[in-house]
Write a protein that binds this ligand. Structure first.
Ligand code: GN1
Ligand code: MG
Length: 368
């Protein structure tokens, strides 16, 4: 298998034992690789970067290099007073010294170290787990809050700019084929109506940015529950992984994404829509954990838009899945027909649940 050949291109001691697909990523392909020498074993993560989504994989790796070096240094400085052992993967260079390997098809591969003795989960498990997720995100944002934002490339232009996804959908719907997808089911039409009703509102963060109320800072970009690693030994958060989307952005994208992911105990792939709702107990736990670290760098204006970011990022992901369903599944990987439509329905149902709980969510944010 190709991944086996690629694994050998990186600077790891010993011989290859196994390569197996791992993770639930919607974009890149991820493998767990095991190498052994006569006296030790090294496990690492090998990834094939999806160039259709990330046109400049070299930029991703440059960002990853800058961010991991910055964070590793800060973690070292704080290690003696830290409340736990924090981790962040390191890049494993290719044998030629570069941070990635380009195969004969011009495809990009990269290797990163595995986080020791830790797991992540596809769905939130408990309020303690939710607290840890918030704490880990706040800690990561705090650690990168003093990294100059112009040291990072924009690796995914338009990422989390909600009106842009609406434009994409509008453009697709100009073609008869995409119109046919829309008309193919009553569910699709219902999603479309839900989106149409929120067209004006969905500019909210973009407007705040244009008015200079909010500023670009380094962000993680994808702090969903499955990217938060929990230490097997202590049950506490130890790391946030998946640094592909670390880039300049609004910290609100992270806050909103973490809440929309962690407060839906049914997860993103659930088929029974009745199980989808926004759990405000989880929300309280996440906000508490997040604020323990974020309090020191949030401005009044940042706080003002936190509720909107939760509603917006849930809505936006629903819109992104829906637009991809309409476009014929060109962005997110799918395993069955209609998967992107189902994913869209989950996120839009979650958005509705967030809207119904607006007062409670705002009160939680105020309190912390
Ligand atoms: C994608 O590939 P993965 O699973 O890390 C997506 C995120 C979504 C997420 C939803 C680059 O992340 O924005 O929130 O799916 N990443 C990209 O599960 O689009
Ligand atoms: Mg990701």
């Amino acid at each position: 298998m190709k991944a086996g050949l690629m694994a050998r291109e990186f600077n790891v001691a010993g011989r290859l034992v196994t390569v197996g697909a791992t993770g639930d990523g919607n974009v890149n392909d991820t493998y767990l690789v095991v190498f052994r020498t006569t006296f030790s074993e090294e496990r690492f993560i090998l990834q094939h970067v999806n160039k259709r989504v990330f046109p400049r994989p070299d930029y991703i790796m440059e960002n990853m290099r800058v961010v991991t070096e910055h964070v590793h240094k800060r973690l070292e400085q704080e290690a003696d007073t830290a409340d736990r052992i924090w981790q962040l993967p390191r890049i494993i260079p290719a044998k030629d010294g570069r941070d990635f390997f380009i195969d004969s098809d011009q495809e990009y591969w990269r290797a990163i170290s595995l986080i020791a003795s830790a797991h992540s989960y596809g769905e939130v498990q408990s309020v303690e787990h939710a607290y840890e997720a918030g704490f880990v995100l706040g800690q990561f944002q705090r650690l990168i809050s003093n990294l100059e934002v112009d040291r990072l490339h924009d690796t995914l232009v338009g990422f989390h700019i909600t009106p842009g996804y609406l434009d994409q959908l509008d453009r697709s719907l100009e073609t008869p084929q995409c119109q046919a997808f829309l008309k193919s089911s009553a569910e699709a039409e219902r999603c479309y109506k839900f989106i149409q009703d929120r067209r004006e509102w969905c500019h909210i963060l973009q407007n705040a940015f244009t008015n200079s109320e909010l500023n670009l800072r380094p962000i993680h970009g994808d702090p969903k529950i499955s990217n938060i690693m929990i230490d097997d030994a202590t049950g506490r958060g130890t790391c946030i992984v998946d640094l592909d989307t670390v880039k300049p952005g609004l910290i609100h994208y992270d806050f909103g994404d973490c809440l929309r992911s962690c407060c839906n105990p049914a997860g993103e792939e659930v088929l029974d829509l009745k199980r989808v709702y926004f759990d405000t107990d989880m929300c309280e736990a996440i906000v508490k954990g997040y604020m323990a670290n974020a309090r020191e760098f949030l401005t009044e204006a940042d706080r003002h838009y936190l509720y909107d970011s939760v509603r917006l990022i849930a809505f936006e992901l629903g819109l992104r899945f829906f637009a991809d369903f309409i476009a014929g599944n060109v962005y997110f990987k799918t395993r069955y027909d209609g998967q992107n439509l189902n994913r869209a329905r989950v996120q839009l149902k979650l958005t509705e649940s967030i809207e119904k709980r607006e007062r409670t969510i705002r009160a939680i944010i105020e309190k912390h």
